[in-house]
Design a protein around this ligand. Structure first.
Ligand code: ZN
Ligand code: ZN
Length: 56
């Protein structure tokens, strides 16, 4: 099953965006965290759906 390509902070789809980041969750390392440029800039909080790690 394909993981949905959306920002974990705002839920916006990043597929059509140019600038977004993808990195493994710092908490569990098993989940890919996607963030759009806006949330990265604003340092919006995100939460891992697996280990409930919350981070900027
Ligand atoms: Zn976002
Ligand atoms: Zn995690």
């Amino acid at each position: 099953m394909k993981q949905e390509m959306k920002c974990v902070s705002c839920g916006k789809k990043v597929e059509s965006e140019k600038n977004w980041v993808e990195f493994p969750c710092p908490g569990c390392g098993k989940v890919k965290i996607l963030r759009c440029e806006k949330c990265k800039k604003l340092e919006n909080q995100y939460e891992c759906g697996k280990c409930e790690f919350v981070g900027p």
